[in-house]
Design a protein around this ligand. Sequence first.
Ligand code: PLP
Length: 432
Amino acid sequence: MNKIIEKDKKYLIQCYTTDDIAFTNAKGMYLYDSEGKKYLDFSGQFSACSLGHGNEEMIGALKDQLEKIVSVTSCFATEERAALAEKMIEISPEGLDKVMFGCTGSDANEFALKLAKYYRGGGRIISFRRGFHGSTAGAAAATGKSEMIQENSGISELLPRGFVHSAPPYCYHCDFGKEPGTCGLQCLKYLEQTMLHEGGDKIAAVISEPIFAAGGVIVPPKGFWKGVRELCDKYGALLIFDEVVTGIGQTGTMFACQYEGVTPDILVTGKALTSGYVPGSAVLCRKEIGEAMSKINLHGHTHSCYPLTCRSALKNIEIIERDGLVENSRVVGDYLHSRLLELKDKYPVIKDVRGRGLLQGMELEGTPTEDKYVLGQEFYESMLRGGLVTELESRKNLENVVVVMHPALITSKENVDEAVAVIEKSLIECLK
Ligand code: PLP
């Protein structure tokens, strides 16, 4: 076995399903393993790597920042923090006027939940099954991967109470057996019933991703988010959009909620904020919510508002705006979507293709066995052998698997053609 993998397996707590590949370097859209093999990166570190790998401008800015100032307690302002705060308010939906910076999507979601609870004076949090919000206690409790948590009941004891999961707006597997267009948005009606049952006007917040990424790229039906906004207004609950995956251009608008025309009370972003060059996240909110939390010293981490994070986010947004990368995400994302639909027409094993911008998912008919999905797993491994990195979403309570793709915002149509060629070759190989 390769020495890197051997050491890794021996010493690291293997929290992840690992693929027996060690990556040693990367450039642009490509990753290179320890054997020198090249892989097209269509995972983009789960949408974190917006500028692609090894961006020289970003590296230059970070080197400069390392020499300037790296670590300072967040009690003090820094040039980078103030500039990024101003920039974030400028690029986010109107009405969000305050911001706080963190390190990960999970800690940002914890803060968002804390803000909501504090502002509302307590109350339950409603989220959706199949939504994903992170690994820390509150974020994990909001996460709707219930089967994972139930299977690990020891861990479920760590989760705080007061989180309730509503039915996901998952048209392809509608909980109510309805068809899109004629469903009367049953999932929205169910949400209202859930809100009424769980406290009505005492609900603290509804939290969700605008498009459920890790849950299988679930794009809610038209009108769903407008309806959720109305319900939140009706019962006084805050609406939190977790845009840790969808934010900063991945779905073809700076934030996915801008496409929907729905503004949340609190918006969380992470991953792509810094293009993954250093960890970083942000929570934006309405002025009065942010001001209520100000000066009470109830939140902060050692590396909150870390100057290196702020500098990389500033550089990232500067490059994204200058190079029109949000527009590129929309145009190339549409192209990726159409190429995947072509595959769907050719191969009936592809059941659904969905997504927006450069966040796309392809749902395949799986072949469930005791503990894995044969087609999904074989297919994923075959794509890896073919030099394509994607993500696989499989659940025991679902018969299908979803191949999730969120490549960098710099993805070109040629990259899409290269990826689709590998996908097709792998399909043919697995369907033999
Ligand atoms: N929210 C969403 C939608 C995510 O997909 C993730 C991670 O994948 C998180 C939050 C947690 O972010 P992090 O892994 O940076 O803590």
